[in-house]
Every structure is written in structure tokens, then in C-alpha cells.
Write a protein that binds this ligand. Structure first.
Ligand code: ATP
Ligand code: MG
Length: 671
């Protein structure tokens, strides 16, 4: 175990009041949190179940859990909460669903579900997909800022906001009718509950006796409120953060929450850490020099004893194809030549779309990679379908899910039947599922149609019984057999290989459900399939990644997703104007947040860092010239090595590189 430096130790041992650790990247902020959890349990006698640590992404939460697992084992760590804010919120809603007036088995609407609902609501006003997106974003901002629909109507300016404000009220009403919450509600609903019912809040304050928050600079208003409520007067709170790494302003994050802490907790102790244990001093200097271009509220110094290290390479390439080719071949080359494992490389980029070409190149050189946050596992059709079955199973009010599965596989329930059923149910304010059982339905639908609908409902009802009375996972397996889901997938796939993959995904989901359920039941023996489904959905929604695996693969992810992580060798792609800084930020003059994003990227690197850029890029079928990112000029020239600019022949170098590579590959294959 590494030895804490005096300041870190001070932060770990300080439990007399609220504490803020304000420090730059790689200085051991997250380490302070994990070590403090161990200290609280082992030295202060606080039971693990009374401690909660929260962070922002699943990946970060998982890493934190692993680090804590290395410090305290077995029984001592039982009941410890190390989770994302949203998971904590979900837990609170789950346990307090009665106080909240939710029926058990509520649904969580993911981004796509919310969008679909809004699209339905907006259809009378506007059908433009852009508008749906805008309305969704606006509603989300209001929720994060704790603005109620009524207030939104008052503050809305301009036609777009007015449209959003009108949709907001209807949207919330529908969510409620569906017995559902959206992503933002996972925080907002607990905050409102705690404000309205002090007794419930007190129960949670007694449960969470010490709260630790990582990446505090990215909390939004509703998260901040939740923290304050949970902490109450006890002030048993440690938060760590770095204002230079605030990269979620667009999602309502308020870095000023850092300064706000001092006002809200007059006795706040502030500890600053200055030694960076992650990066070589050249990498650190580059990061420091870059971020010095932003105005600063807090002064920070950061130094490292990791040695100077290699210069930072800035690699100019002809076009995006050459850029991705260069990264892929270099990684393979370094893997073979320097024996660097694939997992020690990370390629970071500003937007998800940048990964596609790189993936192709990596595939063509047979370099294994892991894409963090590409197409979501849960947005795959077969998974979405099965999830909708499960959602209706536990929550009959979820009309969205009901409609998705009613004809899957074909049950010959036509659109007219569904339309009439929809009309019938909305007139009576009941769910589609409940409407199927109403006697009055016989007035509006022919007998045959009703029979089909009821057969479908009956199948789900008996399945639900089997789920609650017996082994739920076995019941779900029966469901898959009963609806002949595998056959349905085969009939709807272009090839056997695709079908096989999809069927595998289905079983992967069932398996994940099983393990999630088992894990939940370790903490709470009463946890049922409802909780497992909700938990699983949330896992995916947060960072869109499949179950972790620890095989040896290059890590690909966006800069946003890389926060808090570290890798020995980092490539930062697309260092161009309009990409980083992003076009929208140039237009809206929010360059500072982009600079912080670049700072986050640079500070992920431990040993080597390379930045790549292209002269030309294809956009809408046309090649356009790209200008180097302004951030490149802000790096210390003495620590930069430029490649591919004005040199005799980058092509030649490349060809040479490839030739070596091929010969190396040849050698490798012969072994
Ligand atoms: P970020 O701002 O990127 O989230 P951080 O401040 O949370 O970074 P950590 O991730 O906690 O920093 O630590 C960075 C690295 O330094 C980790 O590999 C950690 O194990 C190591 N480290 C932290 N403190 C020490 C120490 N006292 N001695 C040796 N290594 C340390
Ligand atoms: Mg950290």
C-alpha cells in the first residue's frame, strides 16, 4: 500500500467536521476517499453500512469499489455504499416508494423512452426531431436546476422554451401515470421527498452517517441539495474536487458549488494537495501550462517526482484515415516492439462518432479494443424488446413498453385495435393493460380482438406469479421459450451469424439479471426481480457500457468518460478547431470548458502522451480543411515534439513504418 503524504493523511484523519479536498489531477483525491473509508471502518469504528461514497460514472464507482476492496475485506465492508449519485437516488426511491406514492416495480425511462414520450406529446405542435431533442434537454436542465413545470412556464423565454415548458407539465404527468421516473428524477424525487417528509429524511440521515463525494465540481443543483440534506447538521462530509476538471456545465453542473460549500458550512476545512503521483513532469507541465489560460478562483500548484519523461508528441496527418491508421499501427508496433500490453493504451476523443474509423483500423490490424460507451447494450433491439417484457411484467402501467411488445412475436393485434384500446384507456385514466380487462371494452372492440389482448395479458400475469412465487430467473427463461423468442429473432435476422449474436445477447441479459439479483439479495434479502431490473437498466444508462471484462484490450472512450481514470499511454485524437474546442463551444463562447476537457485528457496519461490531428476531414461527403486546435499553441513548445509537418515525406515514414510492422507481424505469426 502506498504511503500517504502528510496532507493526504491530514485529509484522511480529519473527521471533526466538513472537509473539502481541493486539488489538481492525479494528486490522490480519489485515494483520499478510499483510504478514508478504510480509516472510518477500521480506526473509528463506524460500520460500513453507515458510510456512503458517491461519484458520477459507473466505471469510476467500480474502480473505487475495487480500491476499497483492496483495503477492507469480507464482513467489515458489508453494506458499504459506493455508487453513483443516480444509483443512490434509485435506492432511496426503491425503499421509499410507499412514501412517494409509487407502486412497486416502477419503471425508469431512459433517454430513448423519454424522447419517445416527448415525441408523442409534441406531435400536435411540432414533429421536428431537433425540437424533441431541444425540449428534452431543456426539461432536463430545469429538473437539474429544480425548476417546477409551473415555474418553467413563468421563466420560459422565446417560442422554444415556451414549447418546452408546456410539454414539461404533460411529460411529468405522463411519467406519473406510467408509474415511471426519468433519469433526472432519480435525484430530484428523493430531494423533494426529503424536503416534504422530515421523518423520512431523518431515517436516511441515521443510515448514512458519513458521506464522501468524488468529482464534486460536477454536481448540479439537485445533487448538491441531496448532499446537504443527507449531511444535515452532523456535517460528517468529505468532498473532493478540482474546478479545472469541471466538464459537465452543459448538463447543469455548477463548479461554483465548490465555493458555495464554504458559505453553507462555515466550519469547512480545506486541504490542498500538490504532489501528482500519476504523470511524468513533462505531461504535468503541459497540463498546467494549458489550464493557466483559464481564469482561476482557486490557486493550485502541481508537481511530480515521476521524472521528466518523453516529450509530448504532436502528430500531424493528411486526413482522418491517416490519423486513425497512424494510431492503430503505432499501438501495434509498440505492443510488439516495446512489449506494452494493449490495455495500457487509451485513445480519447471529443465525440463518439470519432471512434468509428479508428475501430475499423484497429480491426484490420487485429488490435483488440474495448469501446466504452458506443452503442448501448440496452439499445439493441433484442435487449430492448426483452426489457420491455420485463418492465410490463413488474409495472403494468408502463404503456410504452406494453405497446412495444404486444405484437412481438406477432399476435395479430392490429393498429385499429390498439388505437381504440388507447382511446378507451385514456378516457378512463387507466393503463392499457388494465383496460384489457374492462368489461366496457366489449362496446368498442370485437370479441376476437379482446380475446387476443386478454390472452396476452394472461400470459404476463401467470408469468408474474411464477416470478414472485418461485425462481424469477427460471420464469424469465420460460417466458423466452413460451414466446418462441429465439425463433422470432432468427426469422428477423439477415444471417445466422447475426441471429446467433443476438440470441447470445439475450442470454447475457438473463445472466446479468441473475447475478444482479444475487448481489442485491446479499444486502437486502427482500430484493426482488423488480429491483434487479431497475438496477440493471440504470447501470447501462449511466455510462453505456457492457459488463466489464479484464481482457487485454486498447481502451477507446470520450474525454468525458475518461474522467478520474488513468492509463500509461494516451492518444488524444482530433486536436483541431471545431473538434476540440468543439464547434458549438466556439459559437457559444464556452471555450473554457473545452480547455478543461483537454486538461482532463492530458492528465489521464501516466507515461506517454501523443496528440494527433488531420489536415483534412470528410464532412457530409466533402473534404474540408481543418485548422490545428488553439490548445496546441498553449502547450510549452520545449516539451513538444512535432511529427509529420514539413518533414521530407510523411508518406515515406509511414510506408517505412508499415514495412517494419509487416515484418514484425511476420515474425510474430511465425512464432
Ligand atoms: P483525478 O483528478 O484524475 O481524479 P485524483 O486526484 O483522484 O485524480 P488518484 O486517482 O487518487 O488522483 O491518484 C492518482 C494516482 O496516484 C493513483 O495511481 C494513485 O494510486 C496514486 N497515488 C495517490 N497517492 C499516492 C501516494 N501517497 N503515494 C503513491 N501513489 C499515490
Ligand atoms: Mg479522482
Amino acid at each position: 500500500m502506498s504511503k500517504l503524504n502528510p496532507r493526504q493523511r491530514e485529509a484522511v484523519h480529519y473527521i471533526g467536521g466538513p472537509l473539502l479536498v481541493l486539488a489538481g489531477a492525479g494528486s490522490g483525491k480519489t485515494s483520499v476517499i478510499t483510504r478514508k473509508i478504510a480509516y472510518l471502518v477500521q480506526e473509528c469504528g463506524i460500520e460500513a453500512r453507515h458510510i456512503a461514497a458517491v461519484t458520477f460514472t459507473n466505471k469510476a464507482a467500480r474502480e473505487m469499489k475495487e480500491r476499497v476492496g483492496g483495503l477492507i475485506q469480507g464482513k467489515a465492508s458489508r453494506g458499504l455504499t459506493v455508487s453513483t449519485f443516480h444509483n443512490l437516488g434509485l435506492n432511496i426511491i426503491r425503499r421509499e416508494h410507499k412514501a412517494l406514492g409509487f407502486k412497486p416495480g416502477f419503471s425508469i425511462f431512459d433517454d430513448q423512452d423519454s424522447k419517445a414520450l416527448l415525441r408523442d406529446l409534441l406531435i400536435h405542435h411540432d414533429e421536428d426531431a431537433d425540437h424533441v431533442q431541444m425540449v428534452q434537454h431543456q426539461i432536463s436542465s430545469w429538473k437539474n436546476d429544480m425548476v417546477e413545470p409551473q415555474q418553467a412556464l413563468e421563466v420560459a423565454q422565446g417560442p422554444h422554451e415556451v414549447l418546452a415548458a408546456r410539454a414539461y407539465e404533460a411529460y411529468n404527468r405522463h411519467l406519473r401515470a406510467y408509474n415511471a421516473v426519468d433519469f433526472d428524477d432519480l435525484i430530484l424525487v428523493p430531494v423533494r421527498l426529503f424536503a416534504a417528509q422530515p421523518a423520512v429524511l431523518e431515517r436516511w440521515q441515521n443510515r448514512i452517517r458519513y458521506l464522501l463525494v468524488d468529482e464534486y465540481q460536477d454536481t448540479n443543483l439537485s445533487q448538491y441539495r441531496l448532499v446537504r440534506q443527507l449531511v444535515g447538521h452532523r456535517s460528517a462530509l468529505t468532498v473532493v474536487g478540482d474546478d479545472d476538471q469541471s466538464i459537465y456545465a452543459w448538463r447543469g453542473a455548477r463548479p461554483e458549488n465548490l465555493a458555495q460549500l464554504q458559505e453553507d458550512f462555515p466550519g469547512l476545512k480545506v486541504v490542498k494537495l500538490e504532489q501528482n503521483y500519476r504523470s511524468t513532469s513533462r505531461i504535468l507541465k503541459a497540463a498546467n501550462t494549458l489550464i493557466a489560460n483559464n481564469p482561476h478562483v482557486f490557486d493550485k500548484t502541481l508537481w511530480s517526482e515521476m521524472g521528466a519523461g518523453d516529450p509530448i508528441r504532436v502528430i500531424h496527418t493528411r486526413n482522418e484515415d491517416a490519423e486513425c491508421d497512424r494510431i492503430a499501427t503505432e499501438i501495434l508496433d509498440r505492443h510488439l516492439r516495446e512489449k506494452i500490453q494493449f490495455r495500457d493504451f487509451a485513445v480519447l476523443y471529443r465525440g463518439n462518432h470519432q471512434s468509428r474509423l479508428l475501430e475499423m483500423k484497429l480491426q484490420s490490424y487485429q488490435v483488440p479494443y474495448k469501446l466504452n460507451g458506443g452503442t448501448s447494450f440496452f439499445s439493441r433491439a433484442e435487449i430492448k424488446d426483452l426489457m420491455c417484457y420485463l418492465k410490463v411484467l413488474v409495472n403494468r402501467e408502463d404503456d410504452n413498453a406494453f405497446l412495444r411488445i404486444i405484437n412481438l412475436p406477432r399476435r395479430e393485434i392490429g393498429p385499429t385495435t390498439l388505437e381504440k384500446l388507447g382511446q378507451y384507456s385514456s378516457e378512463r385514466h387507466i393503463s392499457l393493460f388494465d383496460a384489457c380487462h374492462e368489461i366496457g371494452l366489449e362496446q368498442v372492440l370485437p370479441e376476437r380482438a379482446i380475446e387476443r389482448l386478454r390472452r396476452f395479458c394472461h400470459m404476463l400475469e401467470s408469468l408474474y406469479q411464477r416470478c414472485t412465487q418461485g425462481d424469477p430467473i427460471a420464469a424469465i427463461r420460460e417466458l423466452i421459450a413460451e414466446i418462441e423468442y429465439e425463433d422470432w429473432i432468427r426469422q428477423n435476422c439477415s444471417s445466422d451469424a447475426v441471429a446467433d449474436k443476438r440470441i447470445q445477447n439475450v442470454w447475457f441479459l438473463v445472466d446479468s439479471l441473475r447475478s444482479t439479483l444475487e448481489r442485491l439479495q446479499e444486502d437486502d434479502p427482500d430484493a426482488g426481480i423488480e429491483e434487479a431490473i431497475a438496477r440493471l437498466m440504470l447501470l447501462d444508462m449511466l455510462d453505456r457500457q457492457e459488463e466489464e471484462d479484464d481482457s487485454d484490450r486498447v481502451q477507446l472512450m470520450t474525454l468525458h468518460a475518461s474522467k478520474g481514470l488513468e492509463f500509461p499511454h494516451v492518444y488524444l485524437m482530433g486536436m483541431e478547431e471545431e473538434l476540440l474546442p468543439h464547434r458549438n463551444s466556439i459559437e457559444s463562447d464556452t471555450i473554457e470548458e473545452e480547455r478543461r476537457l483537454a486538461y482532463v485528457g492530458i492528465t489521464r496519461a501516466k507515461r506517454t502522451l501523443a496528440m494527433t490531428l488531420a489536415k483534412k476531414r470528410r464532412q457530409f461527403g466533402e473534404e474540408v480543411e481543418c485548422a490545428p486546435s488553439r490548445f496546441l499553441e498553449e502547450l510549452p513548445p520545449e516539451d513538444i515534439e512535432t511529427e509529420g509537418l514539413g518533414q521530407a515525406s510523411p508518406e515515406l515514414n509511414r510506408a517505412r513504418g508499415k514495412a517494419t510492422l509487416n515484418s514484425l507481424r511476420g515474425m510474430f505469426d511465425d512464432l
